[in-house]
Structure formats: structure tokens, C-alpha cells
Write a protein that binds this ligand. Structure first.
Ligand code: BG6
Length: 486
């Protein structure tokens, strides 16, 4: 494990949900691996007046909870030594004076400003940093999603942040790109000759991308109700997965070579506008039902959600890509909260054989399928037909599986561990470039506009199911079914 260069990481939103659940446990794990030098510092920054002891106690509790059995006292002491806290209110100039004092004399080391705050604070924080002379050539700024709430607001954030930081200093996070199976999908596609000839129209029948969650809105009702599933999940995670599946092979592993190819996919998405939106998208909202065998309330009864909210907690879409490679191949995307199970997967279904000479299962079960599962397990499975043992040629589907934890017998890095180390090293490959983000919003905005114009209200589904029946009809109309329904 290579030691990272010495850094100061200033974590704005340092007491927030993301910091506590993901970022600090990820940094803890990197300390455990010996990757973070003893002179590196992790500086939590938030509005609360906390003492260092209070902050350290909070972080300890969350690390214990999220690191689980791997938590140990020796690593904790090493981690806690690198931890500090400073109160920063983005509206208080004086708080940035204190930050300057903390950072003084460390201009040569890597400086990471990680903004895990509401997006309307991104530009003001960067402007404060610039006014106080805190932006050094070795600085990076990390912007957590959502970056704005539409194309115009995202462009405005990018413009103001871009006036202070160079594009190569800006790390726009989409943590789905940091997940191990997504990396493996790249390895599969661009490290082997096997798939490339099949990766196109004529060979691929259709593609499904599912990101299903069994949780509800948790403690984020306020944010979620203003955002909805389209902006929370589709605009970023699902479109990025789509790009990784659909992009052309980049010429090199250079960050911009990859980002150029992803951008081409986003620009080739057939726009969903006007009434087309009503037939190619499904909005849903969960009502009371069950999760993990326990009764749960509906979205409208969640604490902090207005009782008449029309925010969607589920979206399914049919997406087409107007390119030589993908013309005529439908991509079906769906995501939702309070679905039957936590499951994220990409399913590439190949065309049927042109002529069958053997006794085979019905077509839905006979097709070759590549399933890249991101959650709950990290694995890639290829379904092929094989002869079932015994008399006669009866074909049955069997799975060729690559289970990463089984194969490599090692714990894979959590997405945030990978992304944080890339940020410190300055590697932009897994981060979204400004033009990519703009293209994604450009495609998303008309969908929301059409929902509003035609007053498309979410269809109600019971918590603990796979979403509204209309989502099955969306894919069913083309003669296909979601993998869990086959
Ligand atoms: C976040 C969304 O980006 O991704 C959340 O804001 C969602 O609503 C989360 O729960 C899902 O991430 P993961 O890694 O748990 O699948």
C-alpha cells in the first residue's frame, strides 16, 4: 500500500450524515492500512461549537458503528491523533481567519477542501477560501452531489467555483464510480477481447440498470423532498453507470480520455421531451408497507415530509442512445427507495441464437446475460446455456460467476476510500468534469419540466415491493421484463 503524500483535509459538513457514515470511517480504514502519514491532518469543520473532545467522541462512535469488527484501539489512537475540529459557519468571515491560522505554514502539502454541505454553500465557501489566501497550487476542492438542482444552478456553482479553482483542482464526486464492480466493469470491457465484438447493437438485446434501496428517506426528508429520485439518483449515479456501459473504449487511461468518452454518451442520449416523457418514464411514491419484515410508514407520513408532497421516491425510464453502436438498443433504468431489497445491478441481455436445434428453456430464461452486481454482493455473473446431465440434449441456464471477495480473498476498498485516496493523489479519472455534469442536467431538466407541465403525479406503490406496476409495463411493452420478474 503506497503512502499518500502529506495532506490537510478540511471536511466542511464534518458532523453531517455523510461525514459520519462514510467519509470518516473511510479515512479510518486508510489509517488502518498505513496509508496516511502521521503528519497528515483531518480537520472537521461545521457550524456547531464543539470541543475537540466532543468531536472526537462523535467520530469514534460512528467509526465503531461503521467499521464494525475491524475497529481496534491502536488504529483508533493513530486516527484520533490526526483529527481536529474547527467551528466554521460559511457566513462568518471570522471563522475563516481561524482556519487560516490552522493551515498557516503548511502551504507545501496537499490541501483538500471537502465540501459535504448544502450546494448553495459551495461557491460562498470557495470565495471565502480565496479571500483568505487559502487556495494554494496544491489545493483541491471536492464537491459532493447534488451540484445544484437544475442545469442553470449547477452552471452557476461551476462558474463561481471555477473562478477560484482550476478545473483539474475540482473533484466532483459520484461515489458510484468508486465502487469496485464499476472498476471491474472497466477491466472487463477494456482488459479483455471477449466482450468488445458483442458490445453493440445486433448482439445486445437490451440493458437494465437497477439501483434499488430498501431504506426510506431516513433523516434527510427535508433535502429529499426538495430533490426527488430523478435528481438524487438518476442525474448522477444511474447516468454515470450508463456511461461506463455505453462509452467507446478510451484511447488511454488518462482521466480526460475517459471523461471525453462519457461525455459523448451523455450527448448522444435521445432527449426525452414533451409527451414522450409520459410514455417513457414512470414516477412513483411509496405508501406504508413493510421493510425487512417490519411495518414502515409511507413517504407522506415520514417525519419532515409535507403531507401533500408529490416528490417521487421511484423512477423508471426507457433511454435510447443515438449512436452507431447503440441505435435501437433500449436501456431501462430504475431506482427507488423502500423497494423489496437493496440491489444494484447492471444486466446486459444478449440476443437469442438465430436458430435453435436443442430443447431449451423459454426465451426469457435461455438468453445469455451478463450481470454486474454492485450491491449487496460485488460480483459479475455470466449466464450461459449448458447441457443438463442425463439422457438427451436438454439445455439449462448455468452461471459463470466471478465473486471478488471469494476470488481475491481480500476486502475490497469502499467507494469513498478509493475516491479519497484519488483526491489526495490528484487523480481525476473517477470524477465528473464540468461539461459532463452540464450534459447530464441538460438531459434531465426536460423530464422534470414535462412532469410539471402535464401534472404527472407519482404512482403509489407499497413499501417493500418493486415499485409501481407501471414500471413493469414500461419494459413489458417492449417484450422484456426486469430481471427479478423473469
Ligand atoms: C446518495 C443518495 O447519493 O446515494 C442517497 O443521495 C442514496 O439517497 C445513496 O441512499 C445510495 O448510495 P449507496 O452507495 O448506499 O447505494
Amino acid at each position: 500500500m503506497q503512502l499518500l503524500p502529506t495532506f490537510d483535509l478540511i471536511l466542511f459538513g464534518g458532523t453531517g450524515d455523510l461525514a459520519m457514515r462514510k467519509l470518516l470511517p473511510a479515512l479510518y480504514r486508510r489509517v488502518a492500512c498505513g496509508q496516511i502519514s502521521s503528519d497528515s491532518r483531518i480537520i472537521g469543520a461545521a457550524r456547531g461549537e464543539l470541543t475537540l473532545e466532543e468531536y472526537v467522541a462523535q467520530v469514534r462512535e460512528s467509526c465503531q458503528e461503521h467499521v464494525g469488527a475491524e475497529f481496534d484501539e491502536a488504529t483508533w489512537s493513530a486516527f484520533a491523533e490526526r483529527l481536529s475540529y474547527t467551528k466554521i459557519d460559511a457566513k462568518q468571515e471570522g471563522d475563516f481567519v481561524r482556519l487560516s491560522d490552522i493551515l498557516r505554514g503548511r502551504e507545501e502539502c496537499v490541501r483538500v477542501f471537502f465540501l459535504s454541505t448544502a450546494p448553495d454553500l459551495f461557491a460562498p465557501i470557495c470565495e471565502h477560501l480565496a479571500r483568505h489566501g487559502l487556495v494554494t497550487p496544491q489545493s483541491r476542492v471536492v464537491l459532493e452531489k447534488p451540484l445544484g438542482h437544475d442545469r442553470a444552478s449547477s452552471a452557476e456553482i461551476n462558474r463561481r467555483v471555477g473562478a477560484i479553482f482550476e478545473e483539474q483542482q475540482i473533484f466532483r464526486i459520484d461515489h458510484y464510480l468508486g465502487k469496485e464492480p464499476v472498476q471491474n466493469l472497466l477491466a472487463l470491457r477494456f482488459g479483455n477481447t471477449l466482450f468488445e465484438p458483442l458490445w453493440r447493437r445486433g448482439r445486445v438485446q437490451h440493458v437494465q440498470i437497477t439501483v434499488a434501496e430498501d431504506i426510506g428517506v431516513e433523516r434527510r426528508a427535508d433535502f429529499y423532498d426538495r430533490t426527488g429520485a430523478l435528481r438524487d439518483m438518476v442525474q448522477n449515479h444511474l447516468l454515470q453507470l450508463l456511461c461506463i456501459i455505453a462509452m467507446e473504449p478510451p484511447a488511454t487511461s488518462d482521466p480526460d480520455a475517459m471523461r471525453d468518452e462519457k461525455l459523448k454518451v451523455l450527448r448522444a442520449l435521445r432527449p426525452l421531451v414533451g409527451r414522450d416523457v409520459l410514455t417513457k418514464t414512470v414516477r412513483g411514491q411509496y405508501k406504508a408497507g413493510a421493510a425487512k419484515g417490519q411495518p414502515v410508514v409511507g413517504y407522506l407520513e415520514e417525519k419532515g415530509v409535507p403531507p401533500d408532497s408529490t416528490t417521487e421516491t421511484f423512477v423508471a425510464l426507457k433511454v435510447e442512445i443515438d449512436s452507431w453502436r447503440w441505435a435501437g438498443v433500449p436501456f431501462y433504468l430504475r431506482t427507488g427507495k423502500r423497494l423489496q431489497e437493496r440491489l444494484s445491478e447492471i444486466v446486459v441481455t444478449f440476443e437469442d441464437v438465430p436458430h435453435s436445434i436443442y430443447d431449451r428453456p423459454d426465451t426469457a430464461h435461455a438468453l445469455n446475460r451478463l450481470v454486474i452486481q454492485l450491491q449487496p454482493d460485488e460480483c459479475i455473473t455470466m449466464t450461459v446455456l449448458a447441457k443438463s446431465p442425463g439422457d438427451g440434449m436438454h439445455l439449462k441456464p448455468v452461471n459463470l460467476s466471478l465473486d471478488f471477495s471469494e476470488t481475491f480473498k481480500t476486502r475490497t476498498l469502499d467507494a469513498y476510500e478509493r475516491l479519497l485516496t484519488d483526491i489526495v493523489r490528484g487523480n481525476l479519472t473517477l470524477f465528473m468534469r464540468r461539461d459532463e455534469l452540464d450534459a447530464a442536467w441538460q438531459w434531465i431538466d426536460p423530464i422534470r419540466e414535462a412532469w410539471q407541465r402535464y401534472d404527472e403525479r407519482p404512482k403509489i406503490y407499497t413499501a417493500g415491493t418493486w415499485g409501481p406496476a407501471a414500471a413493469s409495463a414500461l419494459i413489458g411493452r417492449d417484450g422484456f421484463a426486469w430481471r427479478n420478474e423473469i
